[in-house]
Design a binder for this molecule. Structure first.
Ligand SMILES: O=P(O)(O)OC[C@H]1O[C@H](OP(=O)(O)OP(=O)(O)O)[C@H](O)[C@@H]1O
Ligand code: HPA
Length: 174
C-alpha cells in the first residue's frame, strides 16, 4: 500500500514541520508508543534536527485480534517525568482513536508545556472517539495493515513497507 521510499520522503517533510513547531525547545521528549511505533520513531528522530530525549510507553488494546477491545492497557510507563516539558507522542496508526485518546489524556494530566502527537497512518473512517493527531503521515482506507512496525498477531512488523492483510488465515501482505 505504501512503499519504503514514500514513507522516507514523507518523514522528511514531517520533520521540517515538527522543527518549525519545536525549534528553540531545550530538549523535546519524544515518546514512542510500543510496540507499533518502534520503526517510525527510529526513523523520525534520526531525521529530526533538534535536541531530543527518547522515552517509551507501552499501550495495548488489540492483543492478537483485528478488533479493538476499546480498553487501553498501559503495560509500561515512561521512565521520566514530563511536567514542564515539550512532548511529542509518536504512534504508528490511529484507527478507532481509543489508544491515542487515552494516552494523550493521561500524559496531559502530568502537565507538560506542550503535548503534540504524530501518527504515521490514519484511518479516519474508523473513528469511534473524537481524536486527531497534530501530524499525520498518510490517510488510508479501512484496510487492516501491517509492516513498518505494525503487526497482525505479532507478525509482519519487520516488513519495510506498509501492506494490507490479504487473508486472515494465511497472514501475507501485499
Ligand atoms: O486507534 P486504535 O483503534 O486504538 O488503534 C491503534 C493502536 O492499535 C495498535 O496497537 P496494539 O494494541 O495492537 O499494540 P501494539 O502497538 O503493541 O501492536 C496500534 O499500534 C495503535 O497503538
Ligand atoms: O490496521 C491495523 N493493523 C494492525 N494493527 C492495528 N491496530 C489498529 N489498526 C490496525
Amino acid at each position: 500500500m505504501i512503499s519504503a521510499k514514500s514513507i522516507a520522503a514523507r518523514i522528511e517533510t514531517l520533520c521540517r514541520e515538527i522543527q518549525a513547531e519545536f525549534g528553540g525547545t531545550e530538549k523535546l521528549v519524544v515518546v514512542g508508543l510500543l510496540r507499533g511505533s518502534f520503526i517510525f520513531i527510529a526513523d523520525l528522530v534520526r531525521e529530526l534536527d533538534l535536541p531530543v530525549e527518547v522515552d517509551f510507553l507501552e499501550a495495548s488494546s488489540y492483543g492478537n485480534s483485528m478488533k479493538s477491545s476499546r480498553e487501553v492497557r498501559i503495560l509500561k510507563d515512561l521512565r521520566s517525568g514530563i511536567e514542564g516539558r515539550d512532548v511529542l507522542v509518536v504512534e504508528d496508526i490511529v484507527d478507532t482513536g481509543h489508544t491515542l485518546h487515552h494516552v494523550t489524556a493521561l500524559l496531559r494530566s502530568r502537565n507538560p508545556v506542550r503535548l503534540k502527537s504524530i501518527a504515521l497512518l490514519d484511518k479516519p473512517t474508523r473513528r469511534e472517539v473524537d481524536f486527531r493527531a497534530d501530524w499525520i503521515g498518510f490517510e488510508i482506507p479501512d484496510e487492516f495493515v501491517v509492516g513498518y512496525g505494525i503487526d497482525y498477531a505479532q507478525r509482519n512488523r519487520n516488513l519495510p513497507y506498509i501492506g494490507k492483510v490479504r487473508f486472515v488465515d494465511d497472514v501475507t501482505a501485499t
